[in-house]
Design a protein around this ligand. Structure first.
Ligand code: UDX
Length: 461
């Protein structure tokens, strides 16, 4: 078993440190933020991630995992993992200053002949650049890229049962040293050069984002031609060459990775003289979904005085309290700008959302959020929203528009209850909720004064 250090106890660092100690390694995790370190030492994790807290307490107890605030404690580490953030700069490029700062600070304390392992998502060429630093060369330190593919909410599982472990190294010997750390896993180890490993990380995230944006574009077409995007996605995904994952249409992707990584890849490409029309369209389509949702909601409440829109779900996806890049927040921002009162609920993300957008009226439960609302946007498909008492909701809401931003609700039932149900390309629907649905007998139902047809779902896109 090896002596390891992990720099950064953020989302990736903490999961990496905890899981590597579960493999049996001796891990020292460095966190320079005093507040965060204090919490960690008190056994209080700064992030919510299933299974993480158990691993951290298990291995702090058996002393395989320790947290420190300084780099002085890493002199016996054979491997030093860098897991610090690489946020978006103003021009979209990834800011590597935290990575470079961590490397410079650790070198004087690092053991000669040790290995720096880059976990942070970095622009292609960063590991080569670090490997070429005079101080790194002088200490005989190797530099290896080992990107992470962790999803929030399943990060511990993703680390312990990965689809592959990618190791980018400049020699088979260096790759083998890092591969050895993962010996207890059954996953394939893919050893490549450093630049390919770095690019593979960006390409994986960009391709997942592309699939979603593509399906969102299809959802617009589905609405226009009276097809059902969910059925289309199911059929397309049954093709084994394509597969079913990441084809769900809706408000689009958010989070701390997809938006940042798509932009960073565009920036790397531009710096190297490559054009990226696909990536740009992927990003733009994602923005369009949000704009379109905001327009639909504004249309629904335009004639109402002091309109109220209720948003259910603020996290960028269910089972996380993270609101970074969340579609809900950008739509809320737009509505607020147009003078709409925005109320919102989220089972986990209210604190973070309140910090990010204090103008939103955050409520502690879904029913009080919906009480008196003119329209509802379902922005995050938390399971509990599917189980709401919709009869009760219908009685307490002032209006009857529901925009299902995740194609997650039972539109048929909501239609029967008298709601005006809009989705993103589901069937029994129409273009923008205004074109009559054609019945089996080929006849369109009557449209009432609100543009709604009793008992009929309408589409939002
Ligand atoms: C992602 C990558 O999956 C992970 O490998 C990488 O390391 C970090 O970025 P994460 O940000 O946790 O993980 O979220 P993910 O589960 O991938 O979802 C990203 C976004 O896409 C969410 O906003 C989600 O709602 C949206 N999404 C996902 C869709 O809109 N449709 C889908 O079919 C799938």
């Amino acid at each position: 078993m090896a002596q390891l250090a992990v720099v950064g106890a953020g989302y990736v660092g903490l999961v990496t440190a905890a899981c590597l100690s579960e493999f049996g390694h001796q891990v020292t995790c460095i966190e320079v933020d005093e507040g965060k370190l204090r919490r960690l030492l008190a056994g209080d994790l700064p992030i919510h991630e299933p299974g993480l807290s158990d691993l951290v307490s298990k291995h702090t107890l058996d002393a395989r995992l320790q947290f420190i605030g300084e780099y002085t404690g890493i002199d016996d580490a054979e491997f030093v993992f860098i897991a610090v953030p690489t946020p978006s700069s103003k021009d979209g490029s990834a800011d590597t200053s935290y990575v470079m700062q961590a490397v410079e600070t650790l070198i004087p304390h690092a053991r000669p002949g040790s290995v720096i392992v880059i976990k942070s998502t970095v622009p292609i060429g960063t590991a080569d650049k670090i490997a070429g630093l005079a101080s790194v060369l002088a200490a005989g330190i190797a530099v290896v890229s080992n990107p992470e593919f962790l999803r929030q909410g399943t990060a511990v599982h993703d680390f312990m049962a990965p689809d592959r472990v990618v190791i980018g190294a400049s020699s088979p010997h260096e790759a083998a040293r890092v591969a050895h750390l993962y010996a207890s896993l059954e996953a394939p180890i893919v050893a490549v050069d450093r630049r390919s490993a770095e690019l593979a990380k960006y390409a994986a995230n960009a391709l997942l984002a592309t699939r979603i944006s593509f399906m969102n574009e299809i959802s617009r077409i589905a609405s226009a031609v009276h097809a059902d995007v969910d059925d289309v996605a199911r059929i397309v995904g049954m093709d084994r060459r394509i597969g079913p994952a990441f084809l769900k249409a809706g408000l689009g992707w958010g989070g701390s990775c997809f938006p940042k990584d798509v932009l960073a890849l565009c920036s790397v490409a531009a710096t190297n003289g490559c054009r990226t029309p696909i990536l740009e369209a992927v990003y733009e389509t994602n923005e369009l979904q949000r704009e379109h949702a905001a327009e639909l909601l504004l249309d629904a409440v335009r004639t109402i005085q002091d309109p109220v829109v209720a948003i259910l779900g603020l996290a960028f996806k269910p089972n996380t309290d993270d609101v970074r890049g969340s579609p809900a927040l950008s739509i809320a921002q737009r509505l607020l700008k147009e003078g709409v009162i925005v109320r919102a609920h989220d089972p986990f993300a209210l604190v973070n959302a309140g910090r990010a957008l204090p103008e939103v009226e955050c409520r502690a439960d879904a029913y009080s959020t919906l009480d008196g609302a003119d329209a509802l946007l379902l922005a995050t498909e938390w399971e509990e929203y599917g189980a709401l008492d919709w009869m009760l909701v219908r009685e307490t809401m002032r209006g009857k528009t529901i925009l299902d931003g995740r194609n997650a609700l039972n539109g048929e039932l909501l239609g029967e209850l008298g709601f005006r149900y809009w989705s993103f390309g589901r069937a029994t629907t129409n273009g923008n909720g205004l074109v009559p649905k054609v019945h089996a007998n080929g006849v369109a139902p009557e449209v009432d004064a609100n543009g709604a047809r009793p008992g009929v779902q309408e589409a939002g896109v």
